[in-house]
Design a protein around this ligand. Structure first.
Ligand code: EPZ
Length: 433
């Protein structure tokens, strides 16, 4: 793989031991460019397995997770170049159908290769996933949905195995709205015999965009943007040529940075429509927000007001912003109630925020956050992508210098967030542990 990474290379043993030092109290100002979306790039990269040829993906964020997906595809025989956020993936020589435990355990989204391998080659051997520290995060909907299409998958020695499979159209309804399982079945159904109808599908922009990209390659997917999809199988697809959409979670994270520091910043290259729920919640907390075509200008209040948050599938408030919003509420005026309905125990950031002086009480999947006048710097540890973003936000206002360790979690989901924040005026530096 030709590598040219302008941004610090996470995941190599040295880089994965980095920490961040953040001196609290600085205002932010200026403009920041939003990167391509991790959660849109990963399924599109996996979808390249559906079509033989050279695929070109632009605006691919340089992250540990996109590199892991590149390695999974290389492992299958794809030839990859990844430079200046342009990723070319040549699937002509794909001949292995195994995604090994060593790679899949570092990133749950590796499971996205399962449907495309089964659909195109009739075979796959994909390790059961690992990834974030919380949850059980089952994949039963992925497996049940593919089985409903005739995959006859087996679990053998920790691997999901499919052999001699010819997928055929079916009707499948999701018990719960699942981003990953919707994307999985949508990809698989594009090459299945006949029509597949999927009910209660996810509407996240990452999923709708994947459908749009597949249709541009010759797929026949109807109903994008609604909770029911009809996918008429076709014989083959053309290679993908696309530009990855902006990262809505990174967008909302920077909006929260303006909210917690009481700053005015402008976000460029973003899609305001994709962050409507977070935008409205931050307005409720006292922000002034000016969305324009591909830009958003946010002015945070002198002190945020307490708000209640309940996460839900898109277009509801994203669970991937729950931790960051909790950080904002930890210094807000009043008491906030924050409930995560998607992941009931996604609160590994709470004890770390309490170390910084936050007043938070957990009751099952609800956090009662009593806003405090100030946070105090302390050494804290990142535990997953969004939890680490919440610690960065809290450290921006904590009195003194906060040290955040294990930031390889941050590098999995945010492209150079430390450099971007430093350019906005934050006192932040990356150090070796
Ligand atoms: C995607 O994960 C995102 N990851 C997650 O973002 C995000 O938190 C999540 O969607 C919800 O928005 C990527 O896009 C790579 P789900 P995914 O399937 O697809 C249950 C980040 O920080 N479920 O929509 O794994 C599940 O337990 C990451 O960027 C089943 O029960 O999430 C959960 O309660 C973290 N069985 C709910 O559905 C299944 O087979 C939603 O999960 C699959 C899911």
């Amino acid at each position: 793989m030709t590598r040219d990474y302008a941004i610090a290379e996470p995941q190599t043993s040295k880089a994965s031991m980095d920490a961040l030092l953040i001196q609290g109290g600085s205002k932010l100002s200026g403009r920041v460019a939003i990167s391509g979306a991790k959660n849109a790039a990963l399924p599109v990269m996996a979808a390249t397995l559906l079509a033989r040829g050279v695929h070109t993906l632009r605006n691919v964020p340089v992250l540990a997770d996109t590199k892991t997906m590149a390695r999974v595809l290389e492992q299958l025989g794809a030839r990859i170049t990844f430079a200046d956020r342009v990723c070319t993936i040549d699937t002509t020589a794909v001949k292995s159908f195994e995604a090994p435990y060593d790679l899949v355990r570092t990133m749950r989204a590796s499971i996205y290769v399962l449907g495309p391998l089964i659909a195109r080659f009739g075979a796959a051997r994909v390790s059961l996933p690992g990834g974030c520290a919380w949850g059980p995060r089952p994949v039963n909907l992925h497996i049940d949905g593919l089985d409903a299409m005739g995959a006859r998958l087996e679990i053998e020695h920790g691997y999901i195995v499919g052999r001699d499979v010819r997928l055929r159209g079916t009707r499948f309804s999701f018990d719960v709205v699942s981003v990953g399982a919707t994307a999985q079945l949508m990809m698989a159904a594009t090459l299945a015999e006949g029509t597949t109808t999927l009910e209660n599908v996810a509407l996240e922009p990452d999923v709708t965009e994947l459908g749009r990209v597949l249709n541009a390659c010759g797929a026949r997917i109807e109903g994008l943007g609604t909770r029911r999809l009809s996918i008429h199988g076709v014989k083959e697809l053309k290679p993908i040529q696309t530009t990855i959409i902006p990262d809505r979670i990174e967008t909302a994270t920077f909006m929260a940075a303006a909210a917690i520091t009481g700053s005015t910043i402008t976000l460029e290259d973003c899609e305001p429509l994709d962050v409507a729920a977070a935008l409205h919640k931050l307005e409720e907390a006292g922000c002034e927000i000016l969305p324009e075509a591909k830009e958003i200008t946010v002015t945070g209040p002198r002190r945020a007001s307490a708000v209640n948050v309940r996460t839900a599938p898109f277009p509801g408030f994203p669970t991937d912003m729950q931790a960051q919003m909790l950080a904002v509420c930890s210094v807000a005026d009043g008491t906030s109630i924050i409930t995560d309905t998607i992941y009931l125990d996604r609160f590994t950031h709470v004890p770390e925020l309490q170390r910084l002086g936050a007043d938070i009480r957990l009751e099952q999947n609800t956090a009662i956050v009593k806003g405090v006048d100030r946070l105090q710097a302390a050494p804290v540890m990142a535990t997953d992508i969004r939890a680490s973003a919440a610690l960065v936000l809290a450290a921006l206002v904590a009195e003194g210098e906060t040290r955040i360790s294990r930031i390889y979690h941050l590098d999995r989901g945010y492209e150079a967030i430390d450099r971007k924040l430093a350019e906005l005026g934050a006192k932040i530096q990356r150090v070796r542990e």
